[in-house]
Design a binder for this molecule. Structure first.
Ligand SMILES: Nc1ncnc2c1ncn2[C@@H]1O[C@H](COP(=O)(O)OP(=O)(O)O)[C@@H](O)[C@H]1O
Ligand SMILES: [Mg+2]
Length: 252
């Protein structure tokens, strides 16, 4: 189950902030892992809200495969910036939430995945009993197991310390290698975008425009030591300079 998304000339403004997205066009091909890398407040989450149908762009068109989906909800699996687990539901019940809306929930499958991410013993626990990283894994599984062919992940690891974050990135890649869903991933971390993606869109500060598209040249599966290799560090520093020129000053 794979799909492609296509954003064509999307513009969006808010009364309070003015123009946030400025004629933005981007694509995710079937089975591709694409990142959007840009400064805080540039409009990254707004892009996701447009794709998810929560926000209506004033201009432009959004397509899932070849179907126009402007303003339509329920098309994609979406992991928002905060894990947003339901506190009164067990871990297992939170994971199943993404399925319940569309089909009979598959407990056996959910348990299998909980085991894969090291949370078997927590199936019956409640969100307040979990660490930040565990909550993010639960929120991630909820999105992964909802029967959707496109996965939107909004800074899923931003709250984690560097070591946990790297573990989660490796873990995400190992899962993605199995499923190869189409992924659109938001981050403001250059290393993360380079380590994970097939392609990266660099965004300008608000109003967001695409300042560069990078085809990431590293082979898959990505190895841990990649982040220390010369080519990787070179590209990382090139992107840093480019974002700095564009006016990026925080969070890197
Ligand atoms: N619903 C909204 N109403 C008004 N302003 C908003 C709304 N959503 C986002 N914004 C504003 O749009 C800008 C971009 O926000 P956002 O897309 O969350 O940026 P990012 O995810 O890149 O940090 C910010 O200035 C934010 O305050
Ligand atoms: Mg955001």
């Amino acid at each position: 189950m794979k799909a492609k998304i296509n954003l064509v000339n999307i513009s969006k403004s808010f009364k309070e902030t003015g123009l946030v997205l400025d004629h933005l066009s981007l694509q995710v091909k079937e089975g591709e892992f694409v990142s959007i890398l840009g400064p805080s407040g540039s409009g990254k989450s707004t892009i996701f809200q447009c794709i998810g149908g929560l926000v209506q762009p004033e201009q432009g068109e959004l397509f899932l495969d070849d179907r126009k989906i402007n303003g339509e909800t329920g098309n994609i699996a979406y992991m928002p910036q905060q894990p947003a687990l339901l506190p009164w539901r067990s871990v297992l019940a939170n994971v199943l939430l993404g399925q319940e809306l569309f089909q009979k929930p598959d407990e056996e499958e959910a348990e299998k995945w909980l085991a894969k991410v090291g949370l078997s013993q927590y199936a019956k626990a409640y969100p307040h009993q979990l660490s930040g990283g565990m909550k993010q894994r639960v929120a991630f599984l909820r999105a992964l197991l909802s029967p959707k062919s496109v996965l939107l992940l909004d800074e899923p690891f931003s709250a984690l310390d560097e070591f946990t974050r790297f573990d989660m990135q490796k873990w995400l890649l190992s899962i993605w290698e199995e499923e190869r869903k189409s992924v659109l991933f938001i981050t403001h971390n250059i290393e993360e975008a380079l380590f994970l993606s097939d392609r990266i869109y660099l965004l300008s500060p608000r109003p967001a425009r695409i300042i560069r598209e990078i085809v990431v040249p590293f082979q898959r599966p990505r190895r841990e030591h990649l982040i220390k290799e010369r080519e990787f560090l070179k590209l990382k520093s090139e992107i840093y300079d480019q974002l700095k020129e564009g006016g990026l000053h925080e969070n890197i």
